[in-house]
Design a protein around this ligand. Sequence first.
Ligand code: COI
Length: 356
Amino acid sequence: MITTGQKIATQRVERSRLNETDLDNIKFGRVFSDHMVVMDYEDGAWKAPNIVPFGDLELSPAALVLHYSQTIFEGLKAYRMPDGGVSIFRPQANIARMNRSAKRMCMPEIPEDIFLDAMTELVRLDKDWLPKGDEASLYIRPFLFASDEYIGVKPSDNYKFIIFTCPVRAYYSEPVRVKIEMDYSRAFPGGTGEAKCGGNYAGGLYPAKLGQEQGFHQLIWTDGLTHQYIEESGTMNVFFNIEGTLITPALDGTILHGITRDSLIRVAKDEGIRVEERRVSVEEVVSAARNGRLHSAFGAGTAATIAHISKLAFGDEEFNLPAVEDRKIANQVGKRLDDIRRGRVADPYGWVVPVV
Ligand code: COI
């Protein structure tokens, strides 16, 4: 249990919005808890963090982030435990990844202990916002952006680091239809593909919109040079079950180091399932789909955990994948991970960090 005490200066809301919020009917990312952490970087150093009421920011129209996208973010979740406590899942892994993103985007790294303390304090303060129910969690969104009032192209001197939280339930309500994208790319070697920076997501919007116009929820991204190798699915990592082996693209610099991806791999291996992290060609997946060897495919990310793919399209070909209830391996691994992070079974990995 992390017990940091009230280290962070806290200005509480005068009146909580919780009573007027219907936690049974929330859309992902539209409802925000009462408070947020704010910490500024000025004159080459971090100031002390503060917890303040969630609210609008005052920002110069010339703020560097608005023009050149020097911004990064994270996503992680807190869960309610069977004893009523609250735990955050693998916060250190997200903090480490955020600092790797910061380095790639030429931003100051955030001291890990302050980051963890501030996040813990915030979750504790707004713990009543965590909805009840099997799919409920408190989504934690830390982000960092360039706040210089300056429109020259250079790394900012000043930054704002914020953490807020959102009560959430399931991300997708149904399995998703996806199309293998053969024209547009999300990332390329030497680019920012493995950083969790805003621009990666903005660049995916237009190709995703074209896909949506053709009836697909998301795209399967292929490599930016040849479009012969699979990289990610929508905003998530991707896994394929081909004849009982879980296969996922290896982290080659263009792919996000997903913490859900990493957790699923570890859990699957420990469940005795064969897992391969390697290059995955479009040809391999499509031919497995053609001859019924593709037992399942799913996206893996914090928001959705596992987003089952019901239909996979490649050019004019469309493949319907087995019904979700028949996906033995994906369901087994997904359930085991869910049981660990909700404290229903012992956590052999040290992933679950109790905060309340
Ligand atoms: C996730 O799958 O957790 C994501 O990164 C999606 C997020 C941008 C909402």
